[in-house]
Design a protein around this ligand. Structure first.
Ligand code: C5P
Length: 322
C-alpha cells in the first residue's frame, strides 16, 4: 500500500467545467489539477538504534525501531517539459539540483519505467537537514510515491522498494507512514504496530553532523551482549518507554561534536525525562503522553540551554493515525 498522504490525486480529479459560451475550459482553483500530485514527507526518530557491526561494504548492520512524526515536508510534482526542482520553506541549505535525493529519485524511477523524468518537483522544506530526522530520505520516498501516481504506474511500495534502497539506507522506511524495525543497513523493514503513540519534544541544534563521520567513529563495545528490543516491552506511558530506549551512535556523535555532548548533558534527565539522539544526530528528543507536558518541558529546557537551539513539539503518526 502506498503512503496515503496525498492532498490530491490525478485519479480523483473531476473533469474541468467548459468555459463560457463553449470556449476553452477555465481553471477552477477548487478542483485538483489532473497533472499534479502532492505527497507529505514526514520526519522520523529512531526510538532505539543498535549498531551490530561494520560490514565489508563499509556500511554498518543495525537494528533500529523507528517511528514517523507529524512534522512534514511537502513534495509537489507536476508534469513538465524537463526535470526541474525548486526548494521553498523554512529549512535552508537544500540543493535544488541533481545532487538532491528527490531529483535522483525521479531519474531512477524514470529509468526503471522507461520514460524521461520530465517533471517539476517542489520541496516545501520544514524538516532541517543533518538532524537525523530523515528529511532528505523522506522527500525521496515521497517523490517516488508521487511520480508512481502522476505517471499512472501504480507500482506501489513493494515494487518501489528496490529503487528506494538504491537511493539511501533510510528511503524505504518512508514508502509507508508506519512504525518499523529497520535491519541490514536500514533497508530491510519490518512494520510493527506501536502501542504508544504520544508526543515528542525535539531539540534542533543550529548545526548538523555528518552521518558517515559518526559511523566512522563507532567502535564495537568490549561487551557484545545482545541488545534490548524495546518494541517487545509492554509500556503504558512515555516514561515507561523512555527508560528502555538507547542509541549506540550517541557515543561517537558526542565525541565527534562536543557541542552536542554539552546540549545532551544539559537536558538529559530534566524533569526526570531521559533524552535520546535520533539517527546519527544532531537532533535530540524526549517523549511525553500529552502535548502540554512536552511544551512545558521545552519551556524548562529553553531556560538551561543557548537560544540557538530550536524546540519542536510534534506527535507520532502511524498508518491508522495519519
Ligand atoms: O545510506 P546513506 O547515504 O544514508 O548513508 C550515509 C553514510 O552513512 C554511508 O555512506 C555510510 O558511511 C554511513 N552508514 C553506515 N551504515 C549504515 C548507514 C549509513 O555506515 N547502516
Amino acid at each position: 500500500m502506498l503512503a496515503d498522504l496525498s492532498d490530491d490525486s490525478h485519479d480523483a480529479a473531476p473533469a474541468r467545467p467548459a468555459g463560457p459560451r463553449g470556449g476553452p475550459a477555465q481553471p477552477n482553483p477548487d478542483i485538483p489539477d489532473a497533472s499534479t500530485v502532492t505527497v507529505r514527507a514526514p520526519a522520523k526518530i529512531n526510538l532505539s538504534l543498535a549498531v551490530l557491526g561494520r560490514r565489508a561494504d563499509g556500511y554498518h548492520d543495525l537494528e533500529s525501531w523507528v517511528v514517523q512524526l507529524d512534522w512534514c515536508d511537502v513534495v509537489r510534482t507536476s508534469l513538465a517539459d524537463r526535470l526541474a526542482i525548486s526548494v521553498t520553506g523554512a529549512a535552508g541549505e537544500v540543493p535544488s539540483n541533481d545532487t538532491n535525493l528527490a531529483w535522483r529519485a525521479a531519474v531512477a524511477l524514470g529509468r526503471a519505467a522507461g520514460r524521461e523524468p520530465t517533471v517539476r518537483i517542489n520541496l516545501d522544506k520544514q524538516i532541517p537537514a543533518g538532524g537525523g530526522l530523515g528529511g532528505g530520505s523522506s522527500d525521496a520516498a515521497a517523490t517516488l510515491v508521487a511520480l508512481d501516481r502522476l505517471w499512472g504506474l501504480n507500482w506501489g511500495a513493494g515494487k518501489l522498494l528496490t529503487l528506494a534502497a538504491g537511493l539511501g539506507s533510510d528511503v524505504p522506511l518512508f514508502l509507508e507512514p508506519a512504525p518499523a524495525i529497520l535491519r541490514g543497513r536500514g533497508e530491510r523493514i519490518e512494520r510493527v504496530a506501536t502501542s504508544w503513540q504520544g508526543w515528542v519534544a525535539l531539540a534542533v541544534p543550529n548545526f548538523g553532523v555528518s552521518t558517515a563521520e559518526v559511523y566512522r567513529n563507532w567502535r564495537p563495545p568490549a561487551d557484545l551482549a545482545a541488545h534490548d528490543q524495546p518494541w517487545t516491552v509492554a509500556v503504558e506511558s512515555a516514561a515507561d518507554l523512555a527508560c528502555h530506549l538507547f542509541n549506540d551512535l550517541e557515543r561517537p556523535a558526542f565525541a565527534h561534536e562536543p557541542r552536542l555532548a554539552r546540549l545532551h548533558a544539559a537536558i538529559d534527565g530534566l524533569q526526570g525525562r531521559p533524552v535520546r539522539m535520533t539517527g546519527s544526530g544532531s537532533c535530540l528528543f524526549a517523549l511525553f503522553d500529552a502535548a502540554a507536558e512536552a511544551e512545558a518541558w521545552c519551556d524548562a529546557a529553553r531556560r538551561v540551554v543557548e537560544p540557538t537551539v530550536r524546540w519542536k513539539v510534534t506527535r507520532v503518526i502511524s498508518a491508522e493515525c495519519p
